[in-house]
Design a protein around this ligand. Sequence first.
Ligand code: HEC
Ligand code: HEC
Ligand code: HEC
Ligand code: HEC
Ligand code: HEC
Ligand code: HEC
Length: 456
Amino acid sequence: MINWRKHYKKGLIAIGILLSTSALYNAQEGDPAKGAELFKTNCTACHKLDSKLIGPPLKGIVEKVKAEEGLGRDWFQKWIKDNKALRASGDKYANKIFEENGKVEMQQFPNLSEKDIDDILAYTSNPPAEPAADAKKDAKATDSPDLNAVNAAKASEGNAKIVMISLFAIAGLLIWILFKIRQLVKLNQSEEITALNATRIQSFSELYAKYKIVGQGVVALLAILAAYGVWNWLMWIGVYKGYKPEQPIYFSHKIHAGINKIDCQLCHSGAKYGKVSEIPSLNVCMNCHKAIPEYKGEYLEPGHDRDFYNGEIKKLYAATGWDPAKMAYTGKETPVEWTRIHNMPDFVYFNHSQHVIAGEQAIINSFNKKHPNEQIDVVCKACHGKIDTMNVVQMANDFTMGWCIECHRTTEVDMGNTYNQAYFEKLHDKLKKQYGSGAKITVDAIGGIECGKCHY
Ligand code: HEC
Ligand code: HEC
Ligand code: HEC
Ligand code: HEC
Ligand code: HEC
Ligand code: HEC
């Protein structure tokens, strides 16, 4: 005879274990596996774990600094986010290591969250034996890791956790349904057996009746968990933040858009008018580079010298067939294929002009309100980060559905600008009636979270 009571308990125990393991996972301080990927993307240019590169070796650095200087994680958070500010504040240790390392400036990482930094530190304290072995296997034999693989691994890892939790929850629901079906099937069996079973079922239904509230609570919890998991999976599918591929010509946004203050839209003119921003054709480059055959700037990125930059300009000449000695094109061109960094799936409709023209002021204002320490003047930076400080373009946000919707929920539409006045005249009157004339109207109120607006 099946002991329902026993099985019922088993189920509850399994669910208990499930919930507590997922809670444990979140409670952990710093995830070395995530840290390993972040370290690879951000730090390996200058740091190794075991030996000095441009910066000091970082294995066990938290413990070392704690023991020798009495400084804790706070210090590392500040140092890694903005070491320049920390030095400027007069921090003794920060200035000491700066001196000791020949005053080479470490890069700032304002985009890393506290959690990211905890993850990296967890990795330096506790490096896994062979981090991301799978991603490495496919990597080419260059010293820079294959970032495609690394990022794919990173993305799938994040999703895997959510998918696992929801699968468990769905499994729990299925088990419950099976119990129920079994109960019904039993009821339909021959009378004899039914008579026999009656006692058993009765005892189960009694049990159920007794613990009805607990049972229903568990089912409700599982249902919520499953729905939550599926929703999260949809919202955060494909997290690409940090993706930073190598390009055929080492084109530095820091040197062009930052130091030389060239306007983004001189090169990405499409952003203003159309759906895509476009990468400029090499003719655009040549407008300037016919006259700029050499790099004479003062700024040198650590690890690169003038010869390196001049070599990259030569690549541009080779690609366009420009002969700088004769100041003429030879006609021999070899097209350059830039690796595309941002790329929405085909079923997503994203239009730059909606954001760069109609939404420009609204987005800048809302960003500046949300980030009091990080004011922007160019709308592009709200989504693409501080491109003008990047030598190599890197995805600064997640670019997931959750990211789009979060902004639409929290950004107040600028109903006063000429574009929206004409376009939303009727709608605006309606919204005024609906929300009151002084009310804030965010993008979701004008349809910014309707599926059809972003999906074909
Ligand atoms: C552009 C090169 C560069 C990059 C990239 C870089 N660092 Fe550094 N880092 C340095 C240098 C150089 C120092 C030594 C201090 C100085 O000269 O300012 C340093 C020092 C440090 C220290 C202090 C070491 C000590 O002895 O106390 C830590 C911690 C650190 N870096 C962490 C990181 C982390 C984490 C990353 C990646 C998120 C990173 N660094 C990326 C160059 C870099
Ligand atoms: C002198 C020309 C030039 C200027 C000025 C310029 N860019 Fe670029 N941009 C490029 C080129 C070339 C690429 C492709 C190579 C690369 O990724 O670095 C690119 C790539 C990008 C990408 C990634 C495109 C992708 O593949 O998804 C973004 C985003 C971007 N630029 C934004 C900006 C922003 C924002 C500014 C202004 C702060 C700016 N650019 C200024 C030439 C320029
Ligand atoms: C509006 C003018 C302008 C345009 C357009 C322009 N550049 Fe430059 N480029 C500069 C200036 C200025 C420098 C820095 C020269 C110096 O400081 O001596 C530079 C430097 C460079 C360098 C060396 C530094 C680095 O970034 O690696 C390369 C390579 C380069 N440009 C490639 C390109 C390519 C490729 C394009 C087209 C996508 C392009 N440039 C478009 C003005 C321009
Ligand atoms: C509201 C967020 C947002 C703003 C603001 C924004 N972009 Fe983008 N950008 C995106 C998204 C999303 C993509 C990916 C589009 C795709 O794949 O269809 C993208 C892609 C790009 C690309 C790659 C080529 C392309 O068009 O797909 C470039 C270059 C670019 N943006 C430049 C800019 C510049 C320059 C500005 C400012 C004038 C800007 N962006 C403002 C979100 C934004
Ligand atoms: C930084 C904030 C921000 C982000 C991120 C953002 N948007 Fe928007 N979006 C806006 C604003 C503001 C408007 C309203 C523009 C206006 O005034 O008409 C808008 C409008 C739109 C509209 C038109 C809505 C309508 O009802 O007319 C679409 C479609 C849209 N966004 C798609 C996207 C997609 C797809 C993404 C993600 C890939 C995205 N947006 C990310 C701020 C954002
Ligand atoms: C503001 C724009 C926006 C709105 C509104 C929106 N989506 Fe999305 N959706 C996206 C973007 C962007 C992606 C692609 C994310 C990525 O590739 O990482 C996406 C991806 C998806 C996916 C694909 C997941 C996969 O397998 O790649 C589904 C399904 C989806 N959305 C359903 C919906 C539904 C249902 C709604 C209405 C409730 C909706 N979306 C509303 C922007 C939006």
